[in-house]
Design a protein around this ligand. Structure first.
Ligand SMILES: *[C@@H]1O[C@H](CO)[C@@H](O)[C@H](O)[C@H]1NC(C)=O
Ligand SMILES: *[C@@H]1O[C@H](CO)[C@@H](O)[C@H](O)[C@H]1NC(C)=O
Ligand SMILES: *[C@@H]1O[C@H](CO)[C@@H](O)[C@H](O)[C@H]1NC(C)=O
Ligand SMILES: *[C@@H]1O[C@H](CO)[C@@H](O)[C@H](O)[C@H]1NC(C)=O
Ligand SMILES: *[C@@H]1O[C@H](CO)[C@@H](O)[C@H](O)[C@H]1NC(C)=O
Ligand SMILES: *[C@@H]1O[C@H](CO)[C@@H](O)[C@H](O)[C@H]1NC(C)=O
Length: 531
């Protein structure tokens, strides 16, 4: 019996799970890795669908008391919004698929949630159903100062003649102008610039890293670094070289090579860009000439690089010999008399015990709950993630310059199909999740699961000489897991018999790491000398 599972996913999915996923995949940064033939033989290929089908009992159905006005936009609604926006000539939009770095294009599209007051009036029969609006991120790049701006677009009705758009100012804490300057609009072209710098130092890189520079992935800080140079604000990009795993393992973030470049990418004209410096072995070199001169000098010190690219050590499969009795099936929960919760799968409405709620799903933050009621009383209007910020630190500039704001990458696009029997009990109810980005609507099947389980400890007990009583500790969970690059965030919304509600976030996946090729005695106190 296995307590760890490995699945080979269709190769198209490999590129998506690579680190540094931007709203649009960047050329050069994300490689498709073909599955090596010998690995296919090692990995047990299981069909997720057939696992899910095993031992499932039907979910009891229920009809939602009213329409889910918080439901994600349908594919038809998103398509109508895209069509409307493309008809607005003043936006000067290019189809996302044809967009280049100098085009305006449509990024993410989510529901702009209706105003709470409007919804409550409608539920109470005092107003008509609130109209549907979309919240759209437009990427304005056909300009010297590229920016992103959120627009509210609607009402979305079969007749689109009354549709309008305007900046979604109420979705921001900023007053007035909500435009967000985009300093990274030219990422693709910057990558070509980086490649050119590498080819000028090709011999040194090959000698230090043991392979041609083109064998490595080259990426770095997010967001970009702003630095004052001679009273002028410059936009800097620190990048590092990362080993590309030669296996299916997704552990590139464990393979920093200890070589870094600093690029000044201020302005949209590549002629103004500059390689500012190289960092290797705790020494910073101002420019390629200084780096190469040092490299060619007989006193240049080289360090053992973070090789490990064959990577069996970094895979997460079972290793070593089995634990005693590990060949027996582990404990499992069953539903002896069927599911004790009800779902309206179309309306995304759930009822369990004294609880009921509606589900929505967004590109930016994944699952959200609305109108949570306990014994018929609304106790929470909206419950969901707002942001997950991953602030890194470390002895190298890429680590210390990194502060991922993960809603930018999106929790929706990275909420993939769950593994029955591992992510959730196989008897769970699985729901699909749909999101809209770059003018494409995508549905991930079985990305949300709902299940009741026994916590294995009673929520109360008491014993006296006359009687003993205990109440089972049961919990109803809604779970989704978003693998944003190297991290897997697992989100639970738990509903307990005592009326309490709990949110749980768990992290798994791979760390993003820093190499330690030098000064092992002072590994958290790197002193960098400047040449
Ligand atoms: C399904 O149930 C049968 C019998 O109840 C059991 O033998 C089997 O292991 C179960 N399979 C799964 C995946 O739960
Ligand atoms: C956009 O314009 C096209 C062509 O005139 C029209 O067919 C389409 O209905 C318009 N889309 C919307 C949402 O108004
Ligand atoms: C519209 O966008 C194109 C690129 O897609 C650009 O060449 C052109 O200058 C833009 N026009 C205006 C008026 O901004
Ligand atoms: C919410 O109310 C404000 C103020 O009346 C209005 O400007 C806005 O359009 C409303 N939003 C939606 C999504 O209906
Ligand atoms: C979920 O998606 C699958 C296909 O991927 C489809 O067969 C199924 O009907 C969908 N379920 C719901 C509840 O929409
Ligand atoms: C940091 O490292 C430098 C050089 O290795 C050493 O001289 C210094 O004492 C260290 N500082 C601390 C606080 O450990």
């Amino acid at each position: 019996m296995r307590t760890t599972i490995s699945l080979l996913i269709a190769s198209a999915a490999l590129a998506l799970a690579a680190p540094s996923p931007k709203i649009l995949p960047l050329k050069g940064l994300i490689r498709n890795r073909p599955a090596p033939e010998d690995l296919l033989a090692q990995i047990e290929i299981l069909k997720v669908a057939s696992l899910a089908a095993e031992n499932t009992t039907e979910t009891e159905t229920i009809t939602a008391p009213y329409k889910n006005v918080w439901a994600s936009l349908t594919t038809a609604e998103a398509a109508q919004v895209v069509s409307f926006l493309h008809n607005q000539t003043d936006l000067n939009l290019t189809a996302a698929a044809d967009a280049d770095t100098w085009s305006n294009w449509v990024g993410a599209i989510d529901l702009a949630p209706p105003n709470k007051t409007d919804v409550l009036d409608w539920i109470d029969g005092k107003a008509s159903e609130p109209p549907r609006f979309a919240k759209v991120i437009l990427q304005f790049q056909a300009t010297d100062e590229p920016y992103l701006e959120e627009m509210i677009v609607g009402p979305i009705e079969s007749d689109s003649s009354s549709m309008t758009y305007r900046p979604y100012t109420e979705g921001s804490t900023r007053i007035g102008n909500i435009r967000q300057r985009n300093y990274d609009a030219d990422a693709d072209v910057v990558y070509e610039f980086i490649e050119k710098q590498c080819s000028q130092a090709a011999t040194a890189i090959k000698s230090l890293l043991g392979a041609d520079w083109s064998e490595f992935d080259i990426w770095g800080i997010d967001p970009l670094w702003h630095e004052e140079v001679d009273n002028d604000e410059r936009v800097m990009y620190w990048v590092g070289f990362w080993g590309v795993p030669t296996t299916l393992g997704d552990f590139e973030t464990l393979l920093p090579q200890g070589l870094y470049m600093k690029i000044d990418q201020t302005s949209r004209d590549p002629k103004n860009w500059k390689l500012v410096g190289w960092l290797y072995g705790g020494v910073y070199y101002r420019g390629t000439a200084a780096f190469l001169a040092a490299f060619e000098s007989p006193t240049f010190e080289t360090y053992t690089r973070n090789e490990g690219v064959d990577g069996s050590w970094a895979m997460t499969d079972n290793k070593g010999s089995a634990l005693p009795l590990d060949s027996r099936a582990p404990p499992m929960q069953i539903l002896p008399e069927g599911k004790r919760w009800k779902v309206d799968a179309d309306a995304k409405f759930v009822a369990y015990g004294d609880f009921e709620y509606f589900i929505s799903f967004t590109r930016d933050t994944g699952v959200r709950l609305f109108d949570i009621k306990y014994k018929g009383e609304r106790i929470i209007y909206e419950l969901g993630l707002q942001e997950a910020l991953a602030h890194y630190s470390g002895a190298d500039p890429v680590q210390s310059g990194t502060g991922y704001v993960d809603s930018y990458y999106g929790f929706g696009p990275y909420a993939f199909e769950l593994l029955p029997g591992f992510d959730c009990p196989s008897y769970a109810t699985f729901l699909n999740a749909t999101f809209h980005a770059n003018e494409i609507s995508t549905t991930h099947p079985a990305a949300i699961c709902l299940f009741e389980s026994d916590m294995g400890t009673p929520i109360q007990r008491h014993a006296s000489s006359a009687y003993v009583s205990a109440t089972k500790g049961l919990v109803f969970t809604m779970r989704s897991v978003s693998t944003v690059g190297n991290y897997d965030y697992s989100f639970d919304y738990n509903f307990y018999q005592d009326g309490s509600i709990e949110t749980v976030v768990r992290a798994s996946g791979y760390i993003q790491s820093v190499p330690m090729p030098y000064d092992p005695l002072h590994r958290y106190n790197e002193t960098i000398s400047i040449v």
